[in-house]
Design a protein around this ligand. Sequence first.
Ligand SMILES: CC(O)(O)NCCCCNCCCN
Ligand SMILES: [Zn+2]
Length: 678
Amino acid sequence: MASGTALIYDEEMTTHKLLWSDPICDIEVPERLSSSYEQLRSYHLVERCVHVPAREGSEEEILLVHSLEHLEVAKSTQTMNEEELKRVSENYDAFFFHPSTYRCARLAVGATLQLVDAVMSGKVRNGMALVRPPGHHSQRNAANGFCLFNNVAIAAEYAKLKYGLQRILIVDWDVHHGQGTQYIFEEDPSVLYFSWHRYEHQEFWPSLKESDYDAVGLGKGKGFNINLPWNKVGMGNSDYLAAFFHVLLPTAFEFDPELVIVSSGYDSGIGDPEGQMNATPEVFAHLTHFLMQLANGKLCVILEGGYHLKSLGESVCMTVKTLLGDPVPQVSGEMAPCLSAVESIQNVRAAHKPYWKWLAYEDTSFLQNLSTKSHFLKTANSNPSTEHESKITNNNDTVKVDRFLELHMKNILFPVPPIKTATTGCEGSEHFLSEHVQLVKEMDKTEVEALVSGFYADLVKDNKTLLSLGSMFVILDKILKKEVCNGIATSPTAALSAAVALRHSVRLGFQRVLCVFVGDMQMIPNTEDGKMLIINICEKEQSGKTSCKHYFSLNWKEDAEGNDFFSAVLGFILPVAYSYQPNLTVIAVGPNRNLGISGISLLVALIQGLAESRIFAVIEDTEISLMQNVAKLLVGASTPAFGIYVPPTQEKVNRIKALRDQFQQEWKMLQCSVKEGI
Ligand SMILES: CC(O)(O)NCCCCNCCCN
Ligand SMILES: [Zn+2]
């Protein structure tokens, strides 16, 4: 199994720079690259990565996407003087040439391809390339928006050719629409292009009609181009996460890419003069973590934009930290997407309904047909309360943003726990022990009895249960003290152990404990006014207990053909969990589980984004192979395998929709449509 994270950086790419005054292009400065690299060094992240050198992209590789004419024009600029450079630059929208631009652009292409090779050859699992000039605006025959060659588009064509790939996902989280990439793959069903971008109803650059949500691709490519326009500035963490839960991730898992490439622009982050958005650097750790669950972890992150140096640097570090497998920091801010964001999410889901199975039963019926887009213009003048009040009044106040970020990042970059996973010497653990795993000693009986005496004492009869509780307490303590990141234990009665673990965690001081219980829960602890939130995934309604704000019973029967649990995890469990913002997650699998190992693995993999990846897993001791799968995921030893994708049935979609409709006011991350008339 490939491991390791590549970092590609060559300071020669800092020689390209603007030689004359141009208020549009003067933000694309060489320091974008050097200060990002310095930030990575200051957090000791460079030394943890595998260094892969850049190289020059060849002319042949550039011609995979660009015309010979475009290549020749670019090549001819190397020997031009400033006046000639200025004249050539004026042929393009927002581009500048320097005598070294051509060389730098070829290095940017080559660095990108080096990263694709390192990942596809298994030399590393994933990686990041810090490159400039960026690429996603450049087109077959034109430079545009600071971009000369389309690095990411060339990488996709290169990967198809060299590795015979048939499904590549490009995620473009830059705040500008990568229209170049869209044009290149518009008719190509083997490349799924997703972009969100500041749009403001076509007001914002590049102000194209084809950047709107109804540009779904052409011909055979229909459905493989996804545009999510942001029609207001000030979008934040919750808007970005909602876009992943309700648009990108369900589509990405159905598409099942063999490789994921990110057009990683950080001008969608707070403080950036171009984006004017509010998302804080740690959100990129979450976005990266989600994409690492696709394509067996094969993820190539390529720098695009990002013009506030401090915001850019912090976001780059959050991305690389996550690629390295570090715990994902708690995401800040109110977990409630704004009305405008939900509208855009609803529109793009409606536009793509004809092309994706996961959307087949989502009813977008009450939407008027898409031609009457004016229907949603009503929020163009919506009352400000439903939009995010922008934390930073104007992003141009760089010093103010620097200070905000200084404070904000202080309590985020916690020390990485020395050990990933603690476990007892339980059945089957010998298979995954490594330097990342710590065996915990048993607790002695009297100590356990003392701890359990408060409650459930009558339930704890036999020695075996007592001992399993003992090791559980030791693991929980280590997680609480942040000596380990997560832990796993087996139990003869997982339901009892989970209940005891929940009570113990609350008593130890965890304020919000999320418990996801798979199987027959037998006993349901009371959720103590919100200190716990329980999601029970069971085969049948628990006797009498109906769902309420802090207790959900989600009926689910594993599909015989494969894994149909994606819609439940992405459309319900994660939105509720992110709304709740737990500081500990307990995952328990009881007897007669109703989910396959791949469904449970998906749940464990995705839920690691919560509670700073603090997870305690307790598994019924009869489930040896499940235990090993979960343990490997917690250690980070294996890239996830989630089985054969099966779309949800109408009945299952309706069950999730019913829960969503019922609880979307309590847990606002569930929102993915605006009801008529409110
Ligand atoms: C890589 C990137 O997406 O960050 N390039 C952004 C280019 C912004 C150009 N702005 C032109 C404004 C004209 N009024
Ligand atoms: Zn951009």
